[in-house]
Design a protein around this ligand. Structure first.
Ligand code: PLP
Length: 224
């Protein structure tokens, strides 16, 4: 198992390297390994291979893994839609980054619960750049304004940038368009302190990096 994981990880790191150098030598890309198709043993093995950042898309799974792997110095990212009845639990877990802040309503609720606990939480604003009904996230036309509004009104949320999922289509041009749109919004938010542009998964991470992503979230290609 370790050899397979090593092979997968090496291949992905190599591909990330090629893609980022195509863009710019100084463009650094972070890899978050997404554990939802895998188990704790594999996460531990990946840690031994040098990986430190992991993501989950369910609060319950995140909690289990954070608890069971507590002794390892890992950073944890929440990637999936956060239901309102899971907000308290997520706050207690203190993840490194909530990447899926996908509405003003959620921002308001998070902020008030964070305020009660005198805590802050780093978040990315999720943008539904492909405008797909099946996906959560704010509409790209509204993303800039919503970002400002969260910054001004919800001080317990530390906004660090944006996240989006590439268009779910075969046509690479369409996927590219959704990444370019997200990156353009990210650029417009740099003056507001945005430093993270999270785009790219197993099937589209190289394209995402060439479009300016500096954080990729990869599951199946690592753990398969
Ligand atoms: C599952 C998931 C990923 C990883 O998906 P793969 O295609 O397996 O790499 C990335 N981001 C989010 C939000 C996910 O839910």
């Amino acid at each position: 198992m370790k050899e397979q994981l090593r092979k997968n990880l090496d291949e992905i790191i190599w591909n990330i390297e090629q893609a980022r150098i195509t863009l710019n030598e100084h463009h650094i890309v972070k890899l978050v390994a997404v554990g939802k198709y895998s188990d704790e043993e594999s996460i531990k093995t990946l840690y031994e291979l040098g990986q430190r950042a992991f993501g989950e898309n369910q609060v319950q799974q995140l909690q289990q893994r954070m608890e069971n792997l507590e002794e390892l110095p890992l950073e944890w990212h929440m990637l999936g839609h956060l239901q309102s009845n899971k907000v308290n639990k997520l706050i207690e877990l203190r993840p490194t980054l909530l990447q899926s802040l996908d509405s003003l309503k959620l921002a308001e609720m998070l902020n008030s619960k964070l305020a009660q606990k005198e805590q802050k939480l780093s978040c990315l604003l999720q943008i539904n750049a492909a405008k797909e009904e099946s996906k959560s996230g704010v509409h790209p036309d509204e993303a800039f304004d919503i970002y400002q509004q969260i910054k001004e009104s919800y001080p317990h949320i530390k906004l660090k940038g944006v996240m989006s999922i590439g268009a779910h289509v075969e046509d690479e041009k369409e996927i590219q368009k959704s990444f370019e749109l997200t990156h353009k919004i990210y650029d417009s938010l740099k003056n507001d302190g945005a430093t993270i542009c999270s785009m790219g998964m197993s099937n589209d991470y190289e394209l995402a990096i060439r479009c300016g992503s500096n954080l990729v979230r990869i599951g199946s290609k690592i753990f398969k």
